[in-house]
Design a protein around this ligand. Structure first.
Ligand SMILES: [Zn+2]
Ligand SMILES: [Zn+2]
Length: 420
């Protein structure tokens, strides 16, 4: 049989990517996520532990049984639920290849954030080319808003044809050189499966992570406390906050969960729990309790700061938001005396139950997307020069056609391509 390439989910919607590449003797799946939007663009708003997610499981019955009809391998591009959210349903013997950081994140976050839902995955570190009888697969680190993100190159051994899958990608973060290297090493693929999240939005250019750091430096330099709402998994953002603290001569107060994430990403140029200008506030909340269940993490307490010490000179501190510390501060201080810095996607603020929703008018929004800007996407396609571009993770296939014309190949769960 010819190799079959199919976008099972994630075409014409944001997230929920599931790509199938099937050969005679082996079968590869790339990502296995829960969509963020339906095909009509409306948000799905589902939690990982909600049983309703089962309706997104692809109809490949042997994935959920203890034996598969042919060798099956899954590749995970990065640790965002719209890429891994359905993995807990697949048979535990199927290997899930991913970068070391993503593997570590999945293992730690499963315990702390995801109620142990993903403890049983058969995660395998992807450190060299993986071979099956039909394919060879190589991972390339790329720039995205979570540490450890990668893109893939799949070579079909029978035809020599090359398929690239971008995963979620950008070039305006702190790892743009990695995306550039991916482009340099993969000239002229036959197929490029490419995300286009930002194409349905207005902006053509996006702020860089350096712009975020500069904006934060200005805010933190004011003579008042700042609370920052951001994701500890977004290592670029944590670095921006930390650098801005140093430039504004403030101390960054992190929680044990953030300390653990920094420990996971630990590299020579990254901050960690004992870095200068960092203190750990050991809030008693579910996340902290789960972090401290592991005796190895008790060390985070070596650099702790007490709430009363923060309150003595609040203007000295930038606090990483968590519900516990924010509510304590809310009781002890006038909220107008605090800079509330919101550094996530704005869409989350629409939820009235979200505790930042009530401060909507006071929030200073400092954020940039994890996804490639329109102008960079065009440059990336020109740089790679693929035969065909297959849109994924986008609500704007029309923009792909506008930019890349004949090169665009629209696939979805009913329309696949045979590689010959
Ligand atoms: Zn995504
Ligand atoms: Zn992502």
């Amino acid at each position: 049989m010819n190799t079959k390439l199919q976008i099972i989910q994630g075409a014409g919607q944001i997230g929920g990517n599931i790509i199938l590449i099937e050969g005679e003797e082996s079968r590869l799946l790339f990502d296995f996520g829960i969509p963020l939007t339906e095909l009509d663009g409306n948000p799905t708003d589902l939690k990982l532990n909600d049983e309703k997610v089962e309706k997104y499981l692809p109809d490949i019955s042997d994935l959920y049984k203890s034996k598969q009809e042919k060798q099956t391998l899954i590749f995970l591009s990065h640790a965002h639920p719209d890429h891994f959210g359905l993995l807990r349903y697949v048979d535990k013997s199927i290997p899930v290849y991913t970068m070391k950081i993503t593997k570590d994140l999945m293992e730690k976050c499963s315990k702390i954030l995801y109620d142990n839902l993903f403890n049983e995955l058969n995660l395998v570190e992807l450190d060299e080319t993986v071979e099956t009888p039909d394919f060879s697969v190589k991972g390339f680190c790329v720039d995205h808003s979570v540490a450890g993100a990668c893109a893939f190159r799949i070579t079909d051994k029978k035809t020599g044809k090359v398929i690239l899958y971008s995963g979620d990608i950008r070039v305006h973060g702190r790892n743009s050189d990695k995306t550039e290297l991916f482009v340099k090493e993969n000239h002229k693929p036959d197929y490029l499966i490419l995300e286009g999240t930002t194409l349905s939005r207005e902006e053509t250019k996006l702020k860089t992570e350096q712009d975020i750091e500069d904006e934060m430096t200005e805010i933190f330099s004011e003579d008042k406390m700042s609370i920052v709402c951001c994701s500890p998994l977004n290592i670029d953002r944590i670095v921006s906050v930390y650098n801005a603290c140093k430039r504004a001569d403030k101390t960054f107060v992190i929680d044990p969960y953030t300390a653990l994430m920094l420990e996971t990403f630990r590299g020579s140029d990254l901050p960690y729990y004992r870095s200068e200008n960092i203190k750990v506030y050991c809030a008693r909340n579910t996340h902290s309790n789960r972090v401290f269940e592991n005796p190895k993490n008790k060390k985070f307490g070596l650099n702790k700061i007490a709430f009363k010490d923060i309150m003595e000179t609040p203007e000295q501190y930038v606090i990483k938001d968590n519900f516990r510390v924010s509510s304590l501060i809310g009781k002890s201080m006038n909220i107008e005396d605090i800079n509330l810095v919101y550094s996530y996607w704005e869409g989350y603020l629409e939820d009235e139950k979200y505790h930042w929703h009530k401060y909507l008018n006071q929030l200073k929004k400092v954020h940039t997307s994890g996804h490639i800007a329109k102008s960079d996407l065009i440059k990336l396609v020109n740089g790679l020069n693929p035969e065909k571009v297959i849109p994924i993770h986008t609500l704007a296939n029309n923009k792909f056609k506008e930019f890349f014309g004949e090169k665009v190949l629209e696939l979805n769960k009913d329309k696949f391509v045979e590689i010959s």
